[in-house]
Design a protein. Structure first.
Length: 269
């Protein structure tokens, strides 16, 4: 009983200053998910169940630690491009020509549209239109949507890549909830385009949307993210997972772990 009370007190302290429209939501810690995170130095999973108005979290302390968003920022970078008019709402008109530079990932080595660049996480594409957005408009946009620490001082084409911009898993979940609920000052049509581009699978009953992110330094994968939403039978589940390690922490691994947990929770089959 003492341990339960301490956990509840700890969670209450964590929530101070982080409350959103879901401020009355319950928190449930699930340490059984630890089995999925073996081999990582730090890790967390957090999910907001909209219908039940509750969070389910593994490692509450890590869930509020701000980290570089890496390529999960492409969700909001895409939206910035659409909102500023740098990108057209018709995907065919978002084409950027490949400059001929050879990249490690073959999928990057050709012309891209917003849809293809989102699917294959093509960094050069997002850097190109970030440059077109410009520092002033990008900063104003991040301030408007209240994204993490809002810090783009690391450079207009690099601030989200293990640089100055940082956000926590809890903030990722709450921001996605606001995005999907129409509580951000952005166009609903642009939100639908972004949602379509991050849809990974779907049928009449279950739609999985998400974006990975991976942090590379000195040829070692130090940070992996997977953030997104599951729509199922009229309910929505917003999630974020991050993992850290001396190597081997990738977005792909974070996605794999997330899907196992969502199956445990009977949200995915």
């Amino acid at each position: 009983m003492k341990r339960v009370l301490l956990v509840l007190l700890f969670i209450a302290i964590i929530n101070v200053g982080l409350m959103t429209s879901t401020s009355a939501a319950a928190f449930i810690e699930n340490e059984n998910f630890e089995k999925y995170f073996k081999g990582f130095t730090s890790s967390t999973f957090i999910m907001y169940d909209e219908a039940d108005d509750r969070y389910i979290v593994f490692n509450a302390t890590q869930s509020i630690k701000r980290l570089s968003p890496c390529s999960t920022f492409k969700i909001y970078n895409s939206l910035a491009g659409l909102e500023t008019g740098v990108l057209d709402q018709e995907d065919v008109y978002t084409l950027f020509k490949w400059n001929g530079m050879q990249y490690t990932f073959p999928a990057w080595n050709h012309d891209q549209t917003l849809a293809s660049a989102t699917r294959d996480s093509v960094v050069w594409y997002f850097q190109e239109f970030a440059s077109q957005i410009g520092t002033e408009r990008m900063q104003a946009y991040l301030d408007k949507i209240e994204y993490g620490n809002r810090d783009i001082s690391g450079g207009l084409t690099t601030f989200w890549l293990r640089s100055s911009l940082q956000i926590s898993a809890r903030e990722q979940v709450d921001l996605l909830h606001r995005l999907y609920s129409g509580n951000l000052p952005v166009s609903p049509q642009n939100v639908e385009i972004v949602k379509k581009n991050i849809t990974l699978s779907g049928n009449d009953n279950v739609r999985l949307m998400g974006k990975t992110g991976s942090g590379l330094e000195d040829n070692k994968w130090l940070l992996g993210w997977f953030v997104g939403c599951v729509e199922k039978q009229g309910n929505r589940y917003f999630f974020a997972t991050n993992i850290e390690a001396s190597d081997g922490a990738t977005g792909g691994k974070a996605r794999e772990i997330t899907k196992l947990i969502l199956k445990d929770l009977q949200i995915l089959e």
